[in-house]
Design a protein around this ligand. Sequence first.
Ligand code: CP
Ligand code: NVA
Length: 302
Amino acid sequence: MNKDFLSLNDWSREDLDAIFALTQQLKQQQKQGEPHPVLAGKTLGMLFEKSSTRTRVSFEVGMFQLGGHALFLSSGTTQMGRGEPIQDTGRVMSRYVDGIMIRTFSQELVEDLARYSSIPVINGLTDMYHPCQLMADLFTVIEHKGSYENQVFCWIGDGNNMANSWINAAAVFGFELRIATPDGYTPDEGVKQRAKDAGAKILYTNDPFEAAKGTTVLNTDVWASMGQEEEQELRKRAFEGFQINREIVAAADAECIVLHCLPAHRDEEITDEVIEGPHSVIFDEAENRLHVQKAIMATLMK
Ligand code: CP
Ligand code: NVA
């Protein structure tokens, strides 16, 4: 098993399935009010170079529920923001805490941090990947559909960190994935190539209806991610027609579920009607960040 949780394709399907099994157990214990202090006395350092609601709250609450403690460290109030090298941050943090969760821009920086840290490092989102979100999404699919097997997954929108993570997931878990993005906003070429080499079943198209037809899990994300705020208007025009709305839902399987990692821009990438509609499991998905990350931390930090 890996020391760190940086990207899904560093992990085997077997080890990720074990995290889902532990998620189920921890969620049940939490719902029944049964204490589960498996990380008693342990501390998680949480480094943030980007904004967050769900990631911060779910990791912090998760550590508390596991009997441990979490420290919120933003780049603006630590020496990281003043240019202290990540190699030094990793080595110093390793002397104090038992695990690090980091949200930042560069995937390479997270990999460097992991290399220089003797403790587990968890990727809480980079420009390239958002693996904890993917685990919460797949756990939500397991809860609503019984399994991720035999589902047809559809991504409509930007070829961003979430899309890249779905490609990794399709390669690791072997499910069918269809990705519809506008030309010029396709996922990372290296990620696509690795998935292809691993035998992943993925269709890439610029036709959202071709991707949505008959799918059982519809999924999207904002058109301008954190760090792309100045491209917002340009992207709004480029992504016209790539919205998850009632027409797309009608093209999907009648029993399809709709995911969105949140935060959403209602009536841009997804309509308000679909977010609030009968196919949406978006708030279960948000809740599952808590449960799945507790299982990830318990697996890595115990
Ligand atoms: N989905 C997600 O990661 O949300 P936050 O940006 O609020 O953490
Ligand atoms: N793609 C989005 C995800 C936010 C959770 C971003 O990177 O801003």
